[in-house]
Design a protein around this ligand. Structure first.
Ligand code: SAM
Ligand code: SF4
Length: 437
């Protein structure tokens, strides 16, 4: 049993760490392991509270929304946990044509999305860089989607350059697990079986010009404390080598998937997922922490209060999934609420839903974005842009109770604001779109 003196030392050590993070310093690995080791439930409440405060210092109340668009489920790999694996012989396979990708993007734009994450399985012939370039180009030219990010297999540096040049904002790739024996058993065949190729993916993406990269581990493959420590060590290595780390960290938690072959020995509990979300937020105060619809609604609502800053909504995880069911999904969705329902819920929790994509258009990305985030200045842009994006949403898409709720929220913003917001609202009502600062 702990003595009182020991507890006080632990409490003051943890409070020092929280203070460091609240001053926007990246935590070192000793700090991170102190958080990982902590069992005291009361102190964890303080940590969750600090994570929320750090998030609000950087981004204010805004929560960014997006959806994934799955381009293909035809894959050469056999990742044990994934519905797209070669070993899933019952899978209904499909790779979208550029025209199909545009149809999905238009459908999503019609629901109010402005930002999509393109997701693709790995297939040298079907989903190589030429295919991705064609899809990106077609979506930008033929839909109202304003920014595309990508979660694709690792590429060589020349292909990353093409991916950047065709207009992808953030390149995202998860290491899945840093634990080599687990990595080998989970990825027995295919290009993904090469651990070193995956581990070095961000070095090649950064060398090719991507300053905004998204990282993560697939939580549930191995001991989460070990994985979180390893991921933060990886981020710190990027920071010391390139002067910057990831733009986002995601918290993907293992979900059931058709045809998967896995055990649940390292299942991550809801309580532990909250801790992981808070640790990412505190360890790298300025990163975007991304929560997907893998999580059920209550969990997602809770994670918003402890540091998450971006969430997907209304997602489907199969190619053509927004147009119709039938093709194999990557994994089961935990939160099936529509974008409109999620927007309503976010607003009712006291946050500001945001469909904004302004930073990418205004060159506030990479180093510039980070400097603004560290100086706690990005939230000033975020708030106004979130409000302007919601005004567009109300004009074009919202309905029923959510429309009324958002209209009230916008009226409150007008009442608080003195910087020409009402004039910008008039422009939007008159039909102008993409009004932002
Ligand atoms: N195929 C590429 C790859 O593996 O890197 C691109 C993206 S893959 C379609 C997206 C991510 O989904 C994977 O990196 C993995 O972490 C996650 N994923 C796969 N199966 C999952 C499951 N059963 N539950 C939760 N996430 C899963
Ligand atoms: Fe293919 Fe990615 Fe699924 Fe692995 S996780 S089987 S690489 S789609």
């Amino acid at each position: 049993m702990k003595k009182a003196g020991q507890t006080n030392t632990e409490t003051s050590r943890i409070r020092d760490i929280l203070a460091k993070s609240l001053e926007m310093h990246v935590l070192n690995l000793t700090d991170v392991s102190a958080l990982l080791e902590l069992r005291d439930r009361e102190l964890w409440q303080e940590i969750f509270d600090a994570a929320r405060r750090v998030k609000e210092k950087v981004y204010g109340k805004r929560i960014v929304l997006f959806a994934p668009l799955y381009l293909s489920n035809e894959c050469m790999n056999d990742c044990m946990y994934c519905g797209f694996r070669t070993g899933n012989s019952n899978a209904a396979r499909k790779t979208l044509s550029a025209e199909d990708a545009v149809e999905e993007a238009k459908l999503l734009a019609g629901r109010g999305y402005k930002r999509l994450l393109l997701v693709a399985s790995e297939h040298t012939k079907l989903t190589g860089i030429e295919y991705i370039e064609r899809s990106v180009d077609a979506i930008y030219k033929n839909s109202d989607i304003r920014i595309l990010h990508a979660n694709t297999a690792p590429m060589k540096a020349d292909d990353f350059k093409r991916l950047k040049d065709c207009g992808i904002g953030v390149y995202q790739c998860f290491q899945e697990t840093y634990h080599i024996p687990t990595y080998r058993s989970m990825h027995p065949t295919g290009p993904k079986s090469d651990y070193a190729w995956r581990l070095s993916v961000m070095d090649r993406a950064i060398a090719a010009g991507f300053e905004d990269v998204g990282m993560g581990v697939l939580l549930g493959l191995y001991d989460w404390r070990w994985e979180v420590g390893a991921l933060i060590a990886h981020c710190r290595r990027l920071i010391s080598k390139y002067g910057f780390g990831p733009h986002t960290l995601s918290v993907p938690r293992l979900q059931p998937a058709q045809g998967a072959n896995m055990n649940w020995k390292y299942r991550v509990s809801d309580d532990d997922l909250k801790k992981i979300t808070a640790i990412y937020r505190l360890a790298l105060p300025y990163v975007g922490v991304v929560v997907s619809t893998r999580e059920h609604a209550r969990m997602r609502d809770e994670l918003l209060t402890i540091g998450a800053s971006q969430i997907s909504a209304g997602s489907k995880t199969s190619p053509s999934g927004y147009m119709h069911d039938g093709d194999t999904e990557q994994f089961e969705i935990g939160d099936t609420r529509s974008l409109e329902e999620v927007i309503g819920k976010i607003a009712s929790l006291g946050f500001m839903p945001s469909l904004c994509t302004a930073c990418y258009r205004e060159g506030r990305s990479g180093e510039r974005f980070r400097r603004l985030a560290e100086k706690e200045a990005i939230k000033n842009f975020c708030r106004e842009n979130a409000v302007l994006s919601l005004k567009e949403y109300v004009e074009d898409c919202a309905s029923g109770d959510v429309k009324g709720q958002l209209q009230k929220l916008l009226n409150d913003e007008i009442a608080k604001c003195t910087n020409g917001l009402a004039e910008k609202f008039n422009l939007i009502e008159a039909g102008k779109r993409d009004v932002h600062v």
